[in-house]
Design a protein around this ligand. Sequence first.
Ligand SMILES: Nc1ncnc2c1ncn2[C@@H]1O[C@H](COP(=O)(O)OP(=O)(O)OP(=O)(O)O)[C@@H](O)[C@H]1O
Length: 697
Amino acid sequence: MKIVSLMAENQAPLGDLTVKSRLPLPLVRRKRKLLEDADSIGPVENTKRSRSEKPDVQVIESASGLEARGVAVTKAIHHLSDKSASSAVRKPTATVQPARSRAMSVRNGIGTSRSVFAGTVNSRHPPSSRPPLRGVKGSVTPETSTSGHFGASDGRKPGSSACSLVVSSTRTTHKSARGNQRPGWDLRGQIEDKNKVLIEYRNQIAFLENQKSHLERDVQEKSTVSSTRGKELEKLRQAFNEADNERISQRNELLRLQRYEVECCELQRSVAELSTAKSSLSIQLDCSQVHLQQKTDECLKYSLNIKQLEELVENLKNENAEKAEQIQSQEMERRRLHNIVQELKGNIRVFCRVRPVLKNEENSLEHIVLSENSITLEKTAESRTGRDKKEATRFSFTFDKVFSPLAKQSVVFEEISHLVQSALDGYNVTIFAYGQTGGGKTYTMEGPTKGPTARKLESRGMIPRAVSQVFLTAEELQVKGWKYSFVASFLEIYNDTIQDLLVSGASRHDYEIKHKPKTSRSSELYVTNLKYESVTSSEEVEMLLHKASENRSVAATAVNDRSSRSHSIFQLHIEGSNECTGQACFAILTLVDLAGSERLNKSQSCGERLKEAQAINLSLSCLAQVITALGHKDQHVPFRNSKLTYLLQNCLSGNSKTLMFVNLSPSYDNFNETLNSLRFAAKVNDCFIGTAQANKK
Ligand SMILES: Nc1ncnc2c1ncn2[C@@H]1O[C@H](COP(=O)(O)OP(=O)(O)OP(=O)(O)O)[C@@H](O)[C@H]1O
């Protein structure tokens, strides 16, 4: 800036020059133009100030400006040289240069043309037409100015002080020129003045060249700085990009931190809630610990008691084991004694039961005399002469037990319960009811099937009671190591044909009696196609009995409005094993409700009923034959004469305990039927069918 201003101030010395020493006007304009060009480059300081925003571009621009300014200064120097030279050349055309001045010019090294230059200028531009100079200080002497300028100790650019020097010296020269007006004849003086002016111009040129070199160095420096700044700029750009990326990552990190902060707030709330919960739980825990401590103390007390109790239990276990062994041995003894008693009583036992008088019956019970184990039928008849009193004919029979019409079902069962017990001990047990139609067989075996007492517990017959006892006793024997399984079947023999009572009529098959293979239990019989139902409780058995009762063939007769015309046979296969002793047993409990044994003429049967009665009588006759043969110890016992005896073979042979109920009607009208039944029962009672043996392994 100073350079520009000083360059502008160069007009002052030009203006101050005398008419003879002033530069021609085109040169001045050219110089001004150059100065304006230099000025248009812009101030260096302002450029530096603007570099703060875009340093790289400004440096480059500054360098370019300096370079332009250098070029401008160079041009100005050339112009000045050219002008001065041209002035020097034109001088001879205007004036005649004396030989002396040329000699001085040669001696001063300026040249002849320069000494003529001032005169040419002076002739074209009078001093009065020049514009006044501003800000020029003429107090600086060339000597002081030179020393102050070239030292450049004040930090300013060297060109600015140099300009001041040139301007000051020029002004001094002009002043001396103006102050000492040479007379026209003083050519020598004028030449000296011109030489002085020329020297000043040389100084100016030197100064400008100096400026130029400075500016070129500046340009070089600026270029270097520019390239350096460009590299730095590139680095800064990279750094800026990295910083920008870093800023983005930082921003993301900030967002993440903000989210964390929100989460932290939520967590803090949760922590606060949990802390509250924890405090309440701590209180509960304290209470629980106190409670636990109390319980622990109690536990310690109890543990001591438990130890004592465990010792006691151990002792009791040992005692129990001893007791169990005793029980086991006693059980075996009981069974042995029980069997002896049964043998002493006889393997076929006969119980006689007289049913109560029914509402429509008359003349009942008067002809029957009962005792505990005997029954006597009395029949009065007119004497043959007719003059004597009526004679009483007595028929007495002795049986194992005789039950009066008042005997309840429970009492009757109590007498046979020991026999049922034998079935669990491995003995085949057969209980069958024999008697005329309406004698009370079904009532005894199954219980009442209709009326107010039907299906009442106290009215239950021998079959359901025997089944209940079997299951109850089996359960009791579990503590002795016995486990039992049960299979039930229920069939009827109608017209010497087997029917399965557990299957409804539509699905019935042909049934045949067969022996099981010898690999299984010897001489065991089974019926083909018969349904053998596994049962686990007495209730299941009762359901089967109910189903069989519904399927059973019932046909009305003149004697009994509800008379069973078939033999029904219920069998419960019992299989037991003892884990403790390793014993095993198998037995069949057979409960038979025989068909009515009345005579044909009595029942007034005909047609289908007659056929039924004949089949019934035939089978009962076969039964009588078998029993007679057993009683006579015949080698051949005709078991297979009928399906009834065939099925009862195992029950009536040696390996069985058999009980027969003979059910009697109390009616005198049935006297003969009752007598026949008693005779049949007596025959059975006299039979000895050998000693029963248990089916044990
Ligand atoms: N001990 C008894 N107590 C009360 N009533 C009895 C008794 N015995 C039998 N009865 C009744 O006598 C009637 C005939 O009995 P039940 O039907 O049992 O004879 P049954 O011999 O089975 O005849 P069927 O051979 O025709 O089957 C029935 O009404 C029955 O209720």
